[in-house]
Design a protein around this ligand. Structure first.
Ligand code: ZN
Length: 362
């Protein structure tokens, strides 16, 4: 059964197709108003994320389908200790497709292996949130008409921002992308992102602490929030925080067709004065998220008609007793009887990662 756990589960051609369908939905919504008549989407949110759940539910309703949902972690059987695999098998009897958000990393992948319906990862801990990345790719395409030959600036918290890592990963599959990494020293992109994505794929990139200096060359500016609690030194935070808040004056040297993205919610990292600037694309991005979820639901339901193979082939994985996943938020650490599987992601340096959460194994 085809599922979406990470954007790498789809080929570039499939992503292009999704974007093409989402654009068509945007232009001709009436064509799709009954595309999912009689179908049921289950939204299983084992941690709160109201906006993502609303987006999935609005997507299914706009396709003429129905929605059943679990929205409170406390009320669910998970609180009674039911495994993610059992939940996935149960929900497979009620729905045609499910979207799952779960605090444990790897949970959606475990669900995809157990379910007999397509599973969409709506966020698994700090690991993946692929439908946000789909929204980002759609917005870039819609604004620029292409996903290659772009200079993309990422600003703010590049260390912990999973949306940033995921989008860089997705963009690494396109050609002519230059990445400009704009962050304080404390919040630089993690080393493994250089070793396993930027350097490995031979991407062009530069690092800077200066947003204003980087501005003139950017086609896309992806903003994230610099959070106080990420800093050990609060004086340092006070000194730095304004440098990473986007204000109108910082846009003086920006291109006229710059597109400003933000995964939202915004706190104060983009001045509201920018909202009326045509370069502000973060609310279009929210709409793009719904359109891409519509295209994704259509694709996975269509694939489900033809595809009876299990999701991802596990044969090539190595089950090594000598390796351990030390990620306390990984589902294999919390639930019993989940096989501890590892994949080698960097042969040269002998780097192995947990199959479920992708944390480097020890
Ligand atoms: Zn793990």
């Amino acid at each position: 059964m085809r599922s979406l756990i990470d954007t790498v589960d789809f080929s570039i051609e499939e992503l292009d197709d999704l974007i093409r369908v989402a654009c068509d939905i945007a232009d001709h919504p009436e064509k799709y108003a009954h595309a999912c008549d009689g179908k049921i989407l289950a939204t299983l949110f084992f941690e709160p994320s109201t906006r993502t759940r609303l987006s999935f539910e609005a997507a299914m309703l706009s396709l003429g389908g129905n929605v059943i949902s679990v929205s409170s972690a406390g009320a669910s059987s998970a609180a009674k200790g039911e495994s993610v695999a059992d939940t996935a098998k149960t929900v497979s009897c009620y729905a045609d497709i499910m979207a799952m958000r779960h605090p444990l990393e790897g949970a959606a992948l475990v669900a995809a292996h157990a379910a007999s319906i397509p599973v969409i990862n709506a966020g698994d801990g700090g690991h993946c949130h692929p439908t946000q990345t789909l929204a980002d790719l759609y917005t870039i395409y819609r604004e620029k008409g292409r996903l290659n030959n772009l200079t993309v600036g990422f600003c703010g918290d590049l260390k912990y921002g999973r949306t940033v890592h995921s989008l860089i990963n997705a963009l690494s599959r396109y050609t002519g992308i230059k990445v400009v990494l704009i962050s304080p020293e404390e919040l630089r992109l993690p080393e493994y992102m250089f070793a396993e994505v930027l350097d490995k794929k031979g991407m062009t990139y530069e690092e800077t602490t200066d947003l204003v200096a980087a501005m003139p060359e950017l086609d896309i500016l992806y903003m994230t929030r610099v959070q106080r609690e990420r800093f050990a030194d609060q004086e340092q935070y006070q000194r730095l925080k304004d440098s990473y808040i986007l204000t109108l004056d910082k846009l003086d040297t920006a291109k006229a067709d710059l597109a400003i993205l933000h995964p939202l919610p915004r706190v104060n990292e983009i001045s509201v004065a920018i909202d009326n600037d045509p370069r502000a694309c973060y609310f279009k991005q929210v709409l793009g998220g719904k359109l891409m979820r519509m295209a994704l639901i259509l694709k996975l339901l269509e694939d489900a008609k033809n595809d009876y193979q299990s999701f991802r082939v596990v044969d090539g994985l190595i089950h090594k007793d000598t390796k351990t996943c030390r990620n306390g938020r990984c589902i294999c650490q919390v639930e019993q009887e989940i096989e501890h599987l590892f994949v080698q992601t960097d042969a040269e340096n002998d780097v192995w990662r947990c199959y479920w959460c992708e944390t480097q194994a020890e």
